[in-house]
Design a protein around this ligand. Structure first.
Ligand code: XIL
Length: 337
């Protein structure tokens, strides 16, 4: 718990690792180092409803119970996203057996059922995740991207927040995205921050219940640093709309050259240092802004990081190494707190 303004410090939790009897250290660190948890995968639609109409609540319930036992708050992740959708849903849309009206109905039912199931137990919901394109997409002009915008049009955003609010009026409802961590950096990501700002402002003006914006914080040492003021500027921009903010998925990956793989400290150490600086810059910005409610890392150990599976030449993204030894980033964060 960050003392300066009760900042909650969290991690994404991999349920398989949490339940692995061969890895008691994983569970011990989740219990002792964090005040909020996020399901890395088990609250995603493909995991909750792998077969149409048949819910699989078990693993998600287990995490929520774990959090309650350890006095931790839960970030719900994620209600609406274009990835990790069940195959029956994407196949049905692709082969035309699920049309637009039915798809909208399925989304309403999904949000209502999931938010109702966890009612009273979720602190912040990521209602919509990654709805906006990036400068490197085609067209490069920022736009609403992905499955839901393509099939329902951008109106799904307002619907999703309204349905979520109706099902649990007390949960804080977040829009969550990456490349919105900074503003005023001169990086093209400035434009995405501005786009999301305009988008949320417009939703609020129409009375749509949005309570917060989550900045994921998937950074990489090869991309250089933002500075604390640029990150604070983005957070403050969202706060200017009356919103809460959060850092929701922080990790800082590095290119794994042969030297790093071979364990050459002359190559590893600068990466660990750059990584620590990035973790700290995001943390200090969040600490500087009272509306920044939580700072969550996307997994805490390189042993279970999603990075090598998704970015095959990259790694070293977490605050503990593969043997659960705290890295420089961990120590720097502790000093910040
Ligand atoms: C990732 C998980 O970490 C992986 O285990 C899974 O295979 C794919 O999804 N942005 C998000 C997260 O919002 O849900 C993603 O999590 C990482 C990127």
């Amino acid at each position: 718990l960050g003392l300066r303004h009760n900042l909650y410090i969290g991690t994404a939790v991999d349920m398989a690792a949490l339940n692995d009897p061969a890895e008691p250290t994983y569970r011990k660190i989740v219990e002792s180092e964090f005040s909020t948890v996020t399901a890395e995968n088990v609250m995603k639609w493909e995991s909750l409803e792998p077969t149409r109409g048949v819910y699989n609540w078990g693993p998600a319930d287990e995490l929520v119970d774990f959090a309650r036992r350890h006095d931790q708050r839960v970030r719900g992740h994620v209600l609406v996203w274009q990835n990790q959708l069940p195959k029956w849903l994407t196949d049905g849309v692709a082969d035309g057996s699920i049309g637009k009206a039915e798809l909208r109905d399925l989304l309403r039912r999904h949000i209502t059922d999931v938010v109702t199931h966890f009612k009273g137990k979720i602190w912040q919901w990521d209602v919509v995740n990654e709805a906006v394109s990036d400068p490197w997409d085609t067209p490069s002009t920022l736009h609403y991207k992905g499955f839901w915008a393509e099939h329902l049009g951008p109106g799904y955003l307002a619907d999703a927040f309204r349905w979520a609010r109706a099902a649990d009026p007390k949960a804080l409802l977040f829009y969550n995205d990456y490349n919105i961590e900074a503003f005023g950096s001169g990086n093209p990501a400035d434009d995405k921050t501005q786009f999301v700002y305009d988008m949320v402002k417009d939703l609020l003006a129409r009375g749509v219940p949005v309570d917060g914006v989550g900045s994921q914080g998937h950074l990489g040492t090869q991309y250089g640093n933002f500075d604390t003021l640029q990150v604070a500027a983005a957070l403050r921009k969202f706060a200017g709309l009356g919103l809460s903010t959060a850092l929701t998925e922080v990790d800082v990956r590095s290119e794994m050259t042969d030297g790093v793989r071979a364990g050459n400290p002359n190559e590893i150490n600068p990466r660990l240092q750059a990584s620590a600086a990035n973790f700290s810059i995001l943390l200090q910005a969040c600490l500087a802004e009272r509306h920044c409610l939580s700072y969550t890392v996307w997994g805490f150990t390189d042993k279970h990081s999603w990075v090598p599976g998704t970015f095959p030449t990259e790694g070293l993204a977490s605050i503990y190494d593969e043997n659960y030894q705290p890295k420089r980033a961990y120590n720097v964060m502790r000093a910040d707190l």
